[in-house]
Design a protein around this ligand. Structure first.
Ligand SMILES: [Zn+2]
Length: 309
């Protein structure tokens, strides 16, 4: 009888511990692009809760008490860094979060430095009014940087949940190969457009890393932060460039107010290009449901807008 009881107790504790192990790791990500990357690496071993929703704008995000609740129960919080999530520190404090905060851009070799507000170096830089320190946060618009994000996220998941480390690493390796192939495709697509035609206008300065990596010139009426208001002078300069034909295409962004760019298009009598996904993905069943889909969509729209396809 005694032996039977012992076995029962032992069996029960085995069962509970194996159940605990099987529960997916609760991970909170700051915005949809990190949510998707984390999901692709973590698969069914993670339960991803994302804060700034698809088509949402992280620049103007205001966390609610409900967001704090999500963070409280996380085993890991993953954010972009580079000043993108100005609200994160307050949020983790409000949530009394004691776990690890992973910065996906950690170790970025060549962050884009931006001019401080007030400095002027010709007309392009006048568009930047920066509230978020000296670095451009939109590093995911260069696929090489995103491969670093993948490495960092996989390492963080593996450290937090070592029993599934091999699984995370295998998914990350597969994703990395996918991204390397995507990068090659993007370069070939952009190179199919004559260099003189590679200039477009978007809502805000979200594509600095894309511009540097792939050789397209992006102009925007608003700086790095969507909170900024476009000045009449900046608008006028962009409209002039459109009228002269220096810039061929105008694009809306998925998370930004389309009014400003639409008005420029109207004044310059330029046909609007499609929608670019800048700081957020679309819904899962939309055209930019994953990071890779977002990039393919954006590049296809850009190439078409610049007048080749
Ligand atoms: Zn942005």
């Amino acid at each position: 009888m005694r032996r039977f009881l012992t076995l029962t107790v032992f069996g029960f504790s085995l069962l509970t511990s194996s159940l605990a192990l099987a529960a997916p790791l609760p991970v909170v990500t700051s915005f949809s692009i990190l949510g998707d990357l984390t999901q692709q690496i973590g698969g069914d071993k993670v339960a991803v809760t994302n804060l700034v929703d698809v088509d949402g704008d992280a620049h103007v995000f205001e966390p609610t008490p409900n967001d704090a609740k999500k963070v409280t129960h996380a085993a890991l919080v993953i954010m972009n860094g580079l000043g993108f999530e100005g609200w994160m520190e307050r949020l983790t404090k409000a949530a009394n979060y004691k776990g690890k905060v992973v910065v996906a851009s950690d170790g970025l070799k060549n962050p884009l430095e931006v001019e401080e507000e007030g400095e002027e170096h010709g007309h392009e830089e006048e568009h930047g009014h920066h509230h978020h320190g000296a670095q451009d946060p939109h590093a995911w618009q260069d696929i090489t940087n995103t491969r670093l994000y993948v490495k960092n996220i996989a390492a963080a998941l593996s450290k937090e949940d070592p029993s599934n480390a091999a699984y995370y690493q295998a998914n990350a390796t597969k994703l990395d190969a996918d991204l390397a192939a995507l990068d090659t495709w993007v370069k070939a697509q952009i190179e199919s457009v004559p260099a003189s035609k590679r200039a477009v206008i978007t809502s805000h300065d979200a594509f600095g890393y894309f511009a540097r990596a792939y050789g397209v010139k992006f102009l925007a009426p608003v700086g790095l932060n969507t909170e900024d208001e476009p000045s009449a002078k900046e608008m006028r300069l962009l409209i002039e460039q459109l009228k002269k034909g220096d810039v061929k295409a105008l694009f809306l962004e998925n998370m930004a107010n389309p009014a400003v760019v639409a008005q420029m298009g109207k004044e310059a009598k330029v046909v609007m290009g499609g929608k670019l996904y800048a700081d957020a993905l679309s819904a899962k069943d939309g055209v930019a449901g994953t990071y890779q889909q977002m990039f393919r969509h954006n590049v296809t729209e850009l190439v078409r807008g610049m007048g080749v396809k």
